[in-house]
Design a binder for this molecule. Structure first.
Ligand SMILES: [Zn+2]
Length: 223
């Protein structure tokens, strides 16, 4: 048994060394980056980011329809009203995931900076919500192998970006035609309730149901 562990460790360090040289083998052992889940089931994944605006109407929709949803939250955005989110995880079907502490482009930070942002957010979210996040949404979707390595060291199983951003940023974007396994991005903005409703309507129109990410990442063989 010890031999295989040594071999795995050797391969991991070799792949990192090769990574510096740009080898395709650099990806060995690093958590995957996912913008779509390769599932055969008729599901889509609703994700909501940041957490600055705590709209009661959006919470009402999530709780009433019991929508499974992944919330990629900034600890600072939850700290002044943690209860808003504990209702969504307790009475609803939301899981809280990692989105860093200060929302930086992680690719611009050194190793210590990445560690502080990712591990720091994970620890604060675990203290507030009682569960260590397993997924990381890198701010701006900015990822490289160093970010994946830092995420792995903080217990992250997958880095999740998105297929469609349905957030109203000034203008409401066209509603996408959703396909199975798509990951929909929303934000805790003042338009969340309307944006969420459009996403739910688009899922229904495509014959798809919102589902929880983690179990489907496992059943689809991504994790
Ligand atoms: Zn964000």
């Amino acid at each position: 048994m010890w031999r295989s562990r040594v071999l795995v460790a050797a391969l991991a360090s070799m792949s990192l060394a090769l990574g510096a040289a740009g080898s395709a083998h650099a990806r060995v052992g690093l958590p995957p980056v996912v913008n779509h889940v390769p599932t055969q089931e008729k599901v889509v994944f609703i994700t909501i980011d940041d957490g600055w605006n705590h709209d009661p109407e959006a919470a009402r929709i999530l709780l009433e329809k019991r929508v499974p949803v992944s919330l990629f939250l900034l600890p600072g955005a939850t700290s002044y009203d943690t209860e808003y989110f504990t209702r969504l995880t307790g009475e609803g079907r939301a899981s809280v995931e990692n989105h860093t502490v200060n929302h930086p482009d992680l690719t611009t930070l050194d190793a210590a900076g990445k560690d502080a942002e990712v591990c720091g957010a994970g620890e604060r979210l675990e203290a507030a919500f009682g569960r260590a996040p397993k997924l990381l949404r890198p701010p701006y979707g900015a990822v490289n192998d160093e970010v994946r390595l830092a995420a792995k060291a903080c217990g992250v199983k997958a880095l999740v970006t998105w297929t469609h951003d349905v957030t109203t940023w000034g203008e409401t974007p066209p509603t996408p035609r959703l396909e199975r396994g798509d990951i929909v991005l929303l934000h805790f903005t003042p338009t969340l309730a309307a944006d969420l409703q459009r996403a739910l309507d688009a899922a229904k129109a495509a014959g798809l149901k919102p589902a929880a990410l983690m179990p489907h990442l496992k059943s689809a063989g991504v994790l």
